[in-house]
Design a protein around this ligand. Sequence first.
Ligand code: ZN
Length: 350
Amino acid sequence: MTKKKILSISLTGLMALGAVNVMAQPALAVGNGPGYGGNETVNTSILHTYSDLVDELKTQDAKQEAMKLEVIGKTVKGRDIHLAKFISNPANPTILFLTQQHGNEQLTTEGALEFIKHLGTGKLNSVLDKVNVLVIPMLNADGAMGDVNFPLDQYAADGGRHLTRYNAVGVDLNRDHVDKAQPETQALHNNVFKKYDIDYMIDLHHQGAEQQINGKYVSGSILYPTNPNVKADVLERSKKLGAVVYQNVDRTGWGHLGKYVGGSEERIGRNGAAVQYGISTLLFEMRGMSDHEREDYVLGQKSNGYLIKQTITTLESTVRSIADGSIEKADTSFWDTLPEQSVRPSGEGE
Ligand SMILES: [Zn+2]
């Protein structure tokens, strides 16, 4: 069998060039799908492997005074799951960034790693006096490395490995937040959610490549917890968290966010963390996945740069707004008019 080639999506490349070029293009109707710009491969070898990631985390741990690296548990296949901690004062508000519950959604991890590299060293450093930051990059390391007990040979990407949504035994970790049957979910709940006093969480994912609002592909979508048992104040702070993210991504010019259409079940992390621990949560779905059986879910790697940047923008802007308290005044009214994305042809997300 010839390895399938992924069709590129030239729109995203144009978006990365900035608003002027985007405006010069005819508005892309929903019917103009990927494949618009010709062929492109997706090569997973440009992504950090699990061991690359761990090496980088250890390097940063040694280099950054403010950082502590903790192992919170192991995956099914025995990989250590890491938590990067920047805790200056436990009384400060605390935010958790979680990536790659789904192993094939890796650009969120790439962005989180860049964020970690600069958090305790650069001009962001001063925020750490006012906010505690926790990052779990690549919760589902087995899925990310394709080290699973089911075949992945129909997956689309080229490169040294395939990446899959599920953990090694085929469980969707983001449907395991009530049962907590998997070691990855247990590590997250027992050693992070229960152990730290977390105020906010952004759960970072990727969705299919073809969602749109207003006739244009989105760069991502966001949603607050929607389970009916979420307390009103937790929900309100979740909406404020979303407002900070929306405003900061939108003002880049290339960011184009829709409202995610998602379920209200507690077993989804966005809902479960809010109901069970009173954590204000936001789901952020970046556009397109790193690998998948379905070609329309995978995005050409030319989009990697702006999607990684979208992650970094999200993480930096939220820690700044929590540190300076501006998140408290964030205007949540945009949620009332933010268009729900339409999913074409059908979307796997969250
Ligand atoms: Zn996901």
